[in-house]
Design a binder for this molecule. Structure first.
Ligand code: 5GP
Ligand code: MG
Ligand code: MG
Length: 187
């Protein structure tokens, strides 16, 4: 796959992503194998849609899948300290084990809000599986619920990245790799 002309560098290729997603799926399948009913995988729209789709196809458990939406960045590259839940779950997660599937954890505001929301709906545990993690940018520490676990695909350096679900102004989500956008495109 050739590189899109708006991309400066590719951080993780389609093959690297696929291998890492397999590893995460194997870990989740092992960790939740004894849990009945199997967990509810909650994708945070829109960014997590590709990661969620790839991940669940590699998890060997009778999981349920749902989505919620949290508004944070709007269309730009700046984080919002007070995200809101703008689309709620369809499923009842009371007394269920929930795994939040995220594209990226940056300041942590979105994830904190999402976890708090799932906890208030009675989840017996809340785990997190994020494709990318930028720990250097963290402003709030999220608290997992119950026996919740934390999984991450890759630790991401402090660049604005796009692809594999991640957008800039709703574009680039469909790139099959993670790339750094040329800074002149958003500065
Ligand atoms: P947080 O609330 O942790 O600051 O931000 C989480 C959300 O901000 C992510 O779900 C994602 O939508 C967006 N975000 C954070 N960093 C990046 C980035 O490098 N690239 C893109 N495209 N979105 C990002
Ligand atoms: Mg997200
Ligand atoms: Mg976005």
């Amino acid at each position: 796959m050739s590189m899109h002309s708006d991309i400066e560098t590719i951080l993780w290729s389609q093959d690297q992503i696929s291998r890492r997603v397999s590893e995460l799926a194997a870990k989740i399948s092992a960790d939740f194998g004894r849990c009945s009913p199997a967990p509810v995988m909650v994708g945070v729209a829109t960014g997590a849609f590709l990661f969620l789709a790839d991940l669940v196809r590699k998890i060997d458990l009778p999981i349920a899948v749902d989505f919620l939406r949290a508004e944070s960045y709007g269309s730009g590259t700046h984080s919002n300290a007070a995200p809101t839940i703008s689309l709620d779950l369809k499923l009842d997660i009371n007394a269920r084990h929930v795994i939040v599937v995220e594209d990226i954890v940056d300041t942590g505001h979105t994830l904190s809000k999402v976890i708090e929301h799932l906890k208030s709906k009675g989840a017996s545990s809340v785990s997190v599986c994020t494709f990318l993690d930028k720990p250097s940018r963290r402003k709030v520490n999220f608290q997992l619920v119950g026996e919740g676990k934390f999984y991450r695909g890759f630790e991401c350096p402090d660049y604005f990245v796009v692809g594999y679900g991640l957008d800039f102004a709703e574009l680039y989500r469909n790139l099959p790799y993670i790339g750094v956008l040329k800074p002149e495109l958003y500065k």
